[in-house]
Design a protein around this ligand. Structure first.
Ligand code: ARG
Length: 460
C-alpha cells in the first residue's frame, strides 16, 4: 500500500516488515478521536489564516462523511493501512483532493497519536467512572440492610473481633471511592492538548495551540513540544489506576470464593454467576469471581509492560511507543469487562446471617470485650488481657465459650467479675458499642454511609 511518507524512499516495504510496522489493528478503535482531532486542527489552521475557510469547510465535511460511513459500516477500515492517522488522511485526500493534503500542515503523527490516545482514554474513563459509581451505590444499598448483621472480622484469617456485614461492604466501598478519586486525578493531569507540538520541535507556522486545545475540551496546550510527543505518563497513571481497581476486585472475589464455600457458608452467589462441574454433580463453583481474580494478573502485566517500554527511551518520539496502545487498551478493556460482570454478580449475592453469627460465636471474638470489662473496672489492661487469655484457654480445653462459662468459674480467675459481664460480651452488644469514628457500630456505619453518599454525588 502507498505510504503517506513516500518520497524519501519509494515507500515500498518488505511485506513482513510492513505488516510488523502497522498498528492499524490496535489503533483503529480511535477513529472517532482521530477525526475529531483533525477537524479541530483544520479549524485552527483556518482561524490562523494558514488554510482558507473554504478549504477548512471541505476538510471538515470530508472528515464528517468518513465518520458517518465508518459508523454505518458503509466504509471499512483498510487492514493494510499503516495506522489510523494515515488511513483517515488518505481516505480524505481520495475524496476531496488537494485540500485534504493540506490537513497535515503544522502537524505530525507524533502529536496526533498523543492527542488521539488522550481523547480516547478520556471518553473511556467516563465509562469506568460510571461503573465505579454503580458499584459503590450497590454496596451502600446492600449495607443499609445489614448494619446489625454480626459477622466475625478477621486478622491473619483468624476470627478476631465482631463487625457487621454492612461494615465489611463499606470497607470495599471506600477502596472504590479512592479509585474514583485517583481516576479523576489522573484525568486532571491528562488535561493538556498535545496538538501543535508537531514532530518534536513545534512549527514555524503561526499556529494557535490554545484555540485547538479549547475546541477539543482541554484546559490548555501542553507546555513543551519535546515532552509532549515523548510523554506517556498518562498511560502509566491510568494503567496503575486500573491495576488498583483490579486488585480491589480481586481481593473481594477472593472473599466471595471463600465465603461461598461450605467451610464459611457466609453468602450464596446467584445461580446465574455460578457454574457446575463436568464430573461432580454436587458442584456449584464461583467461576466468575475466580476469573476476575485471575484477570488481575494481566492488568498488572499491562502496567509493567508500559513502564518497561518507556524505561530508557531517549527523547522524543520512538517507534517503541507504538506498543503503548496494546497495553493500555488491554488493561482498560479488562477492567471494564470485570466491572461489567462483577456488579450484577454482587447484586445476586445473598448473605447468610445465621451462619455469620454462628461463626462469630465460635471464635472467642468477644475476648477483647471481656478484657475491656476488667479494664473498665480498674484492672490494668495488660493484666486483664492475661486473665482473659487464660479464661479462653480454659474454655477451649473444656469445650465451652465465654458466654456459657458460669460466673463461679469466672470468679476463680478474678474476683472483679460480676453478673453484668455477660451483657458486655454479648456479640450484638459488642458490635453495638463499637461506635468509635470509622468503627463497625450501627450508628458509626450509618454515619460513614452518609458521608460516602455525599462524596459519591461529586462523581455522578
Ligand atoms: N502508529 C504510530 C504510533 O502508534 C503513530 C505515530 C507514528 N509516528 C512516526 N513517526 N512513525 O505510535
Amino acid at each position: 500500500m502507498a505510504k503517506i511518507w513516500a518520497g524519501r524512499t519509494a515507500g515500498e516495504m518488505n511485506a513482513a516488515a510492513d505488516e510488523f510496522d502497522s498498528s492499524i489493528k490496535t489503533d483503529k478503535r480511535m477513529y472517532r478521536q482521530d477525526i475529531a482531532g483533525s477537524c479541530a486542527h483544520a479549524e485552527m489552521l483556518a482561524h490562523c489564516g494558514i488554510i482558507s475557510q473554504s478549504e477548512c469547510e471541505s476538510i471538515v465535511a470530508g472528515l464528517n462523511g468518513i465518520l458517518a460511513e465508518l459508523e454505518s459500516g458503509a466504509l471499512a477500515i483498510d487492514p493494510a493501512a499503516e495506522d489510523i492517522h494515515s488511513f483517515v488522511e488518505c481516505e480524505l485526500t481520495n475524496r476531496i483532493g488537494d485540500a485534504g493534503k493540506k490537513l497535515h500542515t503544522a502537524r505530525s503523527r507524533n502529536d496526533q497519536v498523543a492527542l488521539d490516545i488522550k481523547l480516547y482514554l478520556r471518553d473511556e474513563c467516563d465509562t469506568v467512572r460510571g461503573y465505579l459509581v454503580s458499584l459503590i451505590e450497590e454496596l451502600a444499598a446492600k449495607a443499609e440492610k445489614h448494619t446489625n448483621t454480626v459477622m466475625p472480622g478477621y486478622t491473619h484469617l483468624q476470627r478476631a473481633q465482631p463487625v457487621s456485614y454492612a461494615h465489611y461492604l463499606l470497607a470495599y466501598a471506600q477502596m472504590f471511592m479512592r479509585d474514583l478519586l485517583r481516576l479523576k486525578d489522573a484525568l486532571a493531569r491528562m488535561d493538556k492538548c498535545p496538538l501543535g507540538a508537531c514532530a518534536l520541535a513545534g512549527t514555524g507556522f503561526a499556529i494557535d495551540r490554545r484555540y485547538s486545545a479549547k475546541l477539543l475540551g482541554f484546559s490548555a496546550p501542553t507546555a513543551n513540544s519535546l515532552d509532549t510527543v515523548a510523554d506517556r505518563d498518562f498511560c502509566v497513571e491510568l494503567a496503575a489506576v486500573f491495576a488498583l481497581i483490579a486488585m480491589h476486585l480481586s481481593r473481594f472475589c477472593e472473599e466471595i470464593v471463600l465465603w461461598a464455600g461450605a467451610e464459611f457458608a457466609f453468602v450464596t452467589v446467584g445461580e446465574g454467576f455460578s457454574t457446575g462441574s463436568s464430573i461432580m454433580p454436587q458442584k456449584k463453583n464461583p467461576d466468575i469471581a475466580e476469573l476476575i481474580r485471575g484477570k488481575t494478573g494481566r492488568v498488572y502485566g499491562d502496567l509493567t509492560a508500559l513502564l518497561t517500554l518507556l524505561k530508557g527511551l531517549p527523547l522524543a518520539y520512538n517507534k517503541d511507543m507504538q506498543e503503548d496502545k496494546e497495553a493500555i487498551f488491554d488493561s482498560l478493556d479488562t477492567v471494564k469487562l470485570c466491572l461489567g460482570v462483577f456488579i450484577p454478580m454482587l447484586s445476586s449475592i445473598e448473605p447468610q446471617p445465621a451462619n455469620m453469627l454462628a461463626a462469630a460465636q465460635k471464635g472467642f471474638i468477644n475476648a477483647t470485650d471481656l478484657a475491656d470489662y476488667l479494664a473498665k473496672k480498674g484492672v490494668p489492661f495488660r493484666t486483664a488481657y492475661k486473665i482473659c487469655g487464660e479464661i479462653v484457654s480454659y474454655c477451649v480445653k473444656n469445650g465451652c465459650v465465654l458466654e456459657t462459662l458460669p460466673l463461679a468459674e469466672y470468679k476463680k480467675f478474678s474476683p472483679v467479675f460480676e453478673e453484668d459481664l455477660y451483657a458486655d460480651i454479648d456479640l450484638k452488644n459488642c458490635l453495638a458499642k463499637r461506635e468509635s469514628c470509622g468503627g463497625p457500630g450501627p450508628n458509626s456505619v450509618r454515619a460513614q454511609m452518609k458521608e460516602l453518599k455525599a462524596e459519591l454525588e461529586k462523581y455522578k
